[in-house]
Design a protein around this ligand. Sequence first.
Ligand SMILES: NC(=O)c1ccc[n+]([C@@H]2O[C@H](COP(=O)([O-])OP(=O)(O)OC[C@H]3O[C@@H](n4cnc5c(N)ncnc54)[C@H](O)[C@@H]3O)[C@@H](O)[C@H]2O)c1
Ligand SMILES: O=C(O)CC[C@@H](O)C(=O)O
Length: 466
Amino acid sequence: MNGDPTDAQDIIPRVDKLARSVSNSWNSLSTSPSLAFHPPQLRRPSTVTKPLKPFETKNIKVLLLENVNKTGQDLLREQGYIVEALKTSLPEDQLIEKIRDVHVVGIRSKTRLTAKVLREARNLIVIGAFCIGTNQVDLEFAAENGITVFNSPFSNSRSVAELTIAEIIMLSRQAGDRSNELHNGTWNKVSAGCWEVRGKTLGIIGYGHIGSQLSVLAETMGMGVVYYDVLTMMAMGTARQLPSLEKVLAEADFITLHVPELPETKNMIGEKQFSQMKDGSYLINNSRGTVVDIPSLINASRSGKLAGAALDVYPNEPGGNGDYFNNDLNTWTTDLRSLKNIILTPHIGGSTEEAQSAIGAEVGHALVSYVNEGSTTGAVNMPEVSVRTTEPNLARVLFIHQNVPGVLRKVNTILADYNIERQKSESRGKVAYLMLEVSGAGEQEIATLYKELESVQACIRTRVLY
Ligand SMILES: NC(=O)c1ccc[n+]([C@@H]2O[C@H](COP(=O)([O-])OP(=O)(O)OC[C@H]3O[C@@H](n4cnc5c(N)ncnc54)[C@H](O)[C@@H]3O)[C@@H](O)[C@H]2O)c1
Ligand SMILES: O=C(O)CC[C@@H](O)C(=O)O
């Protein structure tokens, strides 16, 4: 990352340097910025052969995939980081090649950052998921290897809720089919099986950010709302929480899914659940493709049990744009395309200018704040720690370590001769994060301190900002 080839043999004795901008509002340290860290798989005592030096911001390498919004890209470029932005995700082999060298990676929903991929990402310190879902990242492996993950928990929620409202009306009026027919030259003016949504019941599965926002919008259109959530959630307006999925399925005219991808939500709606729905009901899935068993949906649609469906997400989605649905992306793609009154959209629920720009700003700021200051506020897999200071001439130590007894004692022994100005520590599962600032340490002392901290058995990753 300092321009040397990142050969594992070379890295072991090397103290890496990362950039720290002096010219941005996130930078609370006014001293010459510098940062050192050691890659996770090199977590063992090593000899620091090069002294720590203040470093250049241009040494931070960022890889952005999946067309991350310009707001986010600009924010990172303004820091002086070297940013490579690609429009698509990458197949695993190409991803592994690219990710080897970078300190920051930004993705959306298509890039799978598995343990296999992350193991190769020896310089990676942080992942930005420029979306809500983080199911595409092995969060536990990342945390246990000192890689912090950020997302944007609600910047696109409104966009998803609005799309869902549009789909409820479009399905209820069979407007998608009528539009397709007219595109093909056929005038087909019918009212049979077309309904107003006023007075109908919407069943929301997963009453979080999106589900609860949708609840408010649906009530303003005169719909009744019932919902199911594993947690007890405060009802918006006159909505009612029901005690089971089955009860919501039995009562609602429209079912809409807003749960995360989890082992418990896989095929949450299958043959049995379709049989529990009202005849002639509608299903909308704008959450994750694994939540609905597609062959069961095809059966329910063909049998007339379902009067319509809208799908924005699929168990298997392509990494970029193209004519994938012509080429049987999944075994059932052709069957799905042949169904009546089914709206198929290419995972665009959160794809609005407003949402993407807000996500770019939110995740971009979180990445800068982590790289430049070590702040994990809002991280999805790390203990949340941040320290704000305006004092000059401090060295900030960031120490991610295994959450085992005795570590703080060892660290404080190492630091015994320094004046610790402040110290914060938090744990989360198997990982703990200690952030502290010392005054009066020169470059040589910092190099020694770094070396000693890094040799603590439980150390996962340490960086020193000065
Ligand atoms: N189509 C898109 O473009 C798009 C955009 C944004 C989000 N999403 C997806 O939508 C999901 C929901 O988003 P959100 O922001 O509302 O998330 P959220 O975390 O705010 O809410 C999810 C809710 O689901 C509940 N839940 C979890 N497991 C459940 C289960 N087994 N049964 C019932 N309820 C359960 C949770 O308790 C929570 O209240 C995201 O995880 C993401 O995968 C899709
Ligand atoms: O933009 C995307 O690719 C994902 C959108 C959505 O599914 C999310 O999780 O926020």
